[in-house]
Design a protein around this ligand. Structure first.
Ligand code: DOR
Ligand code: ZN
Ligand code: ZN
Length: 428
């Protein structure tokens, strides 16, 4: 393997430095490093981050290859600056056995664009009735440590308690999609003034908040670790803040779309804005940004949810829920958190690489940009401005809410263990 010299990049947004990659490893970080024998990447004005790690990606394989495959999803990930993604379990068949998680893990290894860490289902078939074989999935080649029924809530308190107790044996974590099912029957959007005006079934904040409150108390009771997926309300932030102040081992994520978009967009009836949990209000958006800045929310995770055209190009009520997000996440975070002064780039690295790798206990990712570390790196041009064009996406699906919207920042290069997966914004 050859040497690569990244010249003059602002490492974590700080002083300009050179970073020399030799083989799979960062060989040196400093100024005036020799370019001898190395391919040079001129990075003046660009920000170098540790490769991004997504704790929440839907790759759809096996079973919904019309939406995404492991290969297309990892290509999209590389373009977005990600070097590792956690693949959600709501596939067909569900990733609830060692066999299925090993299949996803193997497909990830073959893709070469991005590491894939499978997430295992908490319950058999995501049905919420019977605990899946968590131990067997952990002991498999896939080494599963994160378990989630995402798409569905583990709403039975006894099942949730048993799952939390079970994963303690191997320092695992349960990632909860917090949605009280009875309170959200027939729900189409956030419950509030807009849903009342449009006459659409509402999805009350309490449906999310009540489950989070229960689960942090359960985690405290059994002394386990719980992760809350896609926080979307100001009230959820308050509960997580309270739980952390009590010393409960809870972590939380927010999606880029919940940091930027509100339920006002539902007035367009464009199903591209239909997502679970739903887009909320301006007040919620501002609370989520503040919580991400102050550390109450630990990470940004995409909830990349690809859907084929036929599942989105239909009336609002019939449309599938979810948005693609891998290829736009960093730009949305730059706009909402960096360009607003709420976070610096070192803070972005914590929330999009270091913390997600730590929560998932994922080795080799989320490491410092320093000599001896694996060369998993992302180079961003923060001065770039451009309209989002889904035609250029590597994802098999195009259900982005940002089509035509101008967003800042562009991933120019992504390196996975020293190999460029993206060069000048294009897949290598
Ligand atoms: O919007 C969503 N889409 N939310 C989820 O929880 C599941 C996801 C999907 O799988 O499409
Ligand atoms: Zn979810
Ligand atoms: Zn999801």
């Amino acid at each position: 393997m050859s040497k690569i010299l990244i010249r003059g990049a602002q490492v974590l947004g700080g002083e300009a430095q050179d970073v020399l990659i030799d083989g799979e490893t960062i060989a040196a970080v400093g100024t005036g490093l020799s370019a001898e024998g190395a391919t040079v990447v001129e990075a003046e004005g660009q920000v170098l981050l540790p490769g991004l790690v997504d704790l929440h990606t839907h790759l759809r394989e096996p079973g919904r290859e019309d939406s995404e495959t492991v290969l297309t999803g990892t290509k999209a990930a590389a373009r977005g600056g990600w070097t590792a993604v956690h693949a959600m379990a709501n596939t067909f068949p569900v990733a609830d056995t060692a066999g299925v998680v090993e299949q996803v893990w193997r497909l990830g290894r073959e893709s070469g664009y991005c590491d894939v860490q499978p997430i295992g289902a908490v319950t058999v078939g995501l049905e919420g009735k019977q605990l899946a074989e968590l131990g067997a999935m952990h002991d498999s080649a896939a080494g599963v440590k994160v378990f989630s029924d995402d798409g569905k809530c583990v709403d039975d308190a006894v099942i949730m308690r048993r799952a939390l107790e079970y994963v303690k044996a191997f320092d695992g974590v349960v990632a909860q999609h917090a949605q009280e099912p009875r309170l959200t029957e027939g729900a189409q959007m956030n419950e509030g003034t807009v849903s009342a005006e449009l006459g659409l079934g509402g999805w009350p904040a309490v449906a999310e908040e009540s489950v989070i409150a229960r689960d942090v108390l359960l985690a405290e009771h059994v002394g386990s670790r719980v992760h809350i997926c896609h926080l979307s309300t100001a009230g959820s932030v308050e509960i997580v803040r309270w739980a952390k102040s009590r010393g409960i081992d809870v972590t939380a994520e927010v999606t880029p779309h919940h940091l930027l978009l509100t339920d006002e967009l539902v007035r367009t009836y464009n199903p591209v804005y239909k997502v679970n949990p739903p887009l909320r209000t301006e007040k919620d958006v501002l609370a989520l940004r503040e919580a991400l800045a102050d550390g109450t929310i630990d990470i940004v995770a995409t909830d990349h949810a690809p859907h084929p055209r036929e599942d989105k190009d239909c009336e609002w009520a019939a449309a599938a829920m979810g948005m693609v997000g891998l290829e736009t996440a960093l730009s949305v975070v730059q706009q909402t958190m960096v360009d607003t002064g709420l976070l610096d780039w070192a803070g972005v690295a914590e929330r999009m690489s270091v913390n997600p790798a730590r929560i998932g206990r994922l080795e080799g990712h989320g490491r410092p940009v320093s000599a001896g570390e694996p060369a998993n790196l992302t180079l961003v041009d923060p001065a770039y401005r451009g309209a989002v064009d889904p035609a250029g996406f590597a994802s098999r699906s195009r259900n982005t809410p940002y089509e035509g919207r101008e967003l800042p920042g562009r991933v120019t290069h992504t390196f996975l263990r020293g190999r460029a997966t993206v060069i000048d914004g294009k897949l290598a």
